[in-house]
Every structure is written in structure tokens, then in C-alpha cells.
Design a binder for this molecule. Structure first.
Ligand code: SF4
Ligand code: F3S
Length: 324
């Protein structure tokens, strides 16, 4: 590991200037809700850290979180002479070394499974296990088999020696859609399927936001510990405030109907069923698709996708709610 280039060196090899690197560190500090004094600490950490190996497991899922991951692209920043500035999410490609990912890796079959085993052996206690999708426990787990092994046994085996396990997306958080009533596969999230994990972080969302995954890992690299978590094991920097609190539609608190003048003018969507007042997430500030938009900005109410059992507790999505 010590002979590998640091994250900063990898960025420089890709043509990123020192100024652009520091700008990315500043964006990361902002995403982590840290003061500007933290920028130096983040920069120093990324200058001395090598990329962390990642084993990305996919179980009962729709691949939405992987799609979210793939949105980690660069965008032009005209403020820097028209040059491409590494975006917040593109840091992901420099912070992580994804050694195993069923959907994205070239290897298949036995070769793919061997790469998971090799990563676990080579980087025991030093890799990050990202779990996407729920884990079925009915029928001894045979509802989801990969390489002849149940999702449950793979999760137990891979999380056991991980530096950190991230349950990424609402399905890995608490079972998500597959666990919605009547939950025919007895689907569970990581915490219930593999109880007792001490380094478990929940990043729920349907899908989850990659910025929050990167920020969690950058925080770990900088401070050698997990960020502060709430009672649901969600990082407070991302889940400490309601969607409603930071929503720009709050300023025009006049409810309308879809497509009418108030809706088009940016009116509040509460009467249309928006769950922003009871949902904790940093969507309004971090946004999606590399910071360009988010559901409420696009004109659709929040459906509360970061809440526990949201498919059962937040539906019907278009009924009004009370935030009293
Ligand atoms: Fe925004 Fe929804 Fe809150 Fe209205 S209810 S201000 S649309 S988050
Ligand atoms: Fe989810 Fe609501 Fe954000 S539905 S993506 S928490 S706006």
C-alpha cells in the first residue's frame, strides 16, 4: 500500500492542478458541514492517503444506487479559466478503488468471485464494504444466490473484516421496497441481517446520494473515525436537518396544483403530499446529478425516501400531511 501514489498524486497525474484540488477539498468541507478551517486537514489527509479498496455488494435491488454512483462525473467550472474542475462526486474515483462490483466489473463468474476473495485476503480490515440492496432471509436465504452462495452468507463474510460497512440506499438500510408489506422474502437491511457490526454507517435514500458516501469516507481519512451518527446510524452532516428546512419553495408558501401558476412559480408542494417536513436529508443543499437539481426543485414533492420503511409509512405519496 505504501508504494501506491497518494490520492492527491493521482489527481495531479490526471491533470488536476493544486488549486483545483484545494477547491474540491473546500467543497467537501462544505458538504460535511465543517468550518473552512477543516479544508487544510482534508487536503493533508488526501495528500498522504492512498485509495481505499472497495467491495461493492448488490443484493435485492434495482441498481439505482449504482446509477447514482455512476453520476460521479466532471462538470465544467467557468470560474477556473474554463478548465474542468474535479467535482465533489468525481473525487470518488480518486478516493476509492472499486475492486469488486458485480455490475461494473469486467470479470465474471469464478473470476469475479475470486477478486472478492483476493481483496478480502489482501486488504483484511482495510477495505470498505458497500452494500446495495436488501438481504432476503426467507427460505434459508435462497431467494438471492450469487456464485452459489446466499446474499446473507456473502454479507456476513464480507462485512466481518471490513474497515467500514456502508449500507448504501434504503434497501440496504432497512429492506426498502423488497421489505414493504407483505415482504415475501423476509428482506432485511444490513443491521438486522448481520447484527452486531460496529463500523456500520447508514446512507439511506432511494437512491442514495454519492456525495454523502464520498464525504463519509473523506471524513474517515481525515479524522480516522466515523462522522457523528444519529440514532439511526445516519451521518448527521447529511441527515441532521429536514428537507423542508432548507427548501427554497418554503419562501413561496402557497400551495397550488401540479402545473398551475403557483407550482410553476416555485410554490410549496405540501398540499400535494410533499414529505419534506418529516424527512431528514441534505437534498436541497447537495442536490443530485452533480449538484444540478433535486426532486422538489424539479417540481415533485419529496416522498420521504430516507425514512424508515418509507414504502409503508410514507404512502400514499400524494396525500397531504401535517408537520405540526
Ligand atoms: Fe419544500 Fe416540501 Fe417543505 Fe413545501 S413542504 S417547503 S415543497 S420541502
Ligand atoms: Fe428522497 Fe425527498 Fe430527497 S424523496 S431524494 S429525501 S427530496
Amino acid at each position: 500500500m505504501s508504494n501506491q501514489p497518494s490520492i492527491e498524486q493521482e489527481l495531479i497525474q490526471r491533470g488536476v492542478t493544486r488549486r483545483q484540488f484545494l477547491r474540491s477539498c473546500a467543497l467537501m468541507a462544505a458538504a460535511l458541514a465543517l468550518p473552512t478551517s477543516a479544508v487544510d486537514a482534508i487536503a493533508q489527509a488526501l495528500a498522504s492517503s492512498t485509495r481505499l479498496p472497495v467491495i461493492w455488494l448488490e443484493f435485492q435491488d434495482c441498481t439505482g444506487d449504482t446509477e447514482s454512483f455512476l453520476r460521479a462525473v466532471q462538470r465544467p467550472d467557468p470560474a477556473i479559466n474554463g478548465a474542468q474542475d474535479p467535482s465533489l462526486t468525481s473525487l470518488l474515483l480518486d478516493v476509492l478503488s472499486v475492486d469488486y462490483h458485480e455490475t461494473l466489473m469486467v470479470a465474471a463468474g469464478y473470476q469475479a468471485e475470486q477478486s472478492r476473495a483476493d481483496t478480502m485476503a489482501r486488504s483484511a480490515g482495510q477495505y470498505i464494504c458497500v452494500v446495495e440492496g436488501s438481504i432476503p432471509t426467507a427460505l434459508n436465504g435462497y431467494c438471492c444466490l450469487i456464485g452459489g452462495k446466499t446474499a446473507l452468507s456473502i454479507a456476513e463474510e464480507t462485512t466481518r473484516n471490513a474497515l467500514m460497512t456502508v449500507a448504501f440506499g434504503s434497501c440496504a438500510f432497512d429492506g426498502g421496497l423488497a421489505a414493504a408489506s407483505p415482504n415475501p422474502t423476509a428482506a432485511k437491511g444490513v443491521k438486522d441481517a448481520v447484527p452486531g457490526l460496529t463500523n456500520l454507517v447508514h446512507i439511506p435514500g432511494c437512491p442514495a446520494n454519492v456525495v454523502n458516501l464520498v464525504a463519509t469516507i473523506v471524513y474517515y481519512l481525515t479524522y480516522k473515525k466515523l462522522p457523528a451518527l444519529d440514532s439511526l446510524k445516519r451521518p448527521t452532516f447529511a441527515y441532521g436537518q429536514t428537507v423542508h428546512r432548507n427548501c427554497p419553495r418554503r419562501e413561496l408558501d402557497e400551495a397550488g396544483a401540479y402545473g398551475d401558476a403557483k407550482h410553476r412559480a416555485g410554490g410549496c408542494l405540501k398540499e400535494l403530499g410533499c414529505r419534506g417536513p418529516v424527512t431528514y436529508h441534505n437534498c436541497p443543499t447537495v442536490k443530485w446529478n452533480d449538484g444540478t437539481c433535486w426532486p422538489v426543485q424539479a417540481g415533485h414533492g419529496c416522498i420521504g425516501c430516507t425514512n424508515p420503511a418509507f414504502w409503508d409509512t410514507m404512502t400514499p405519496f400524494y396525500g397531504g400531511i401535517s408537520d405540526d
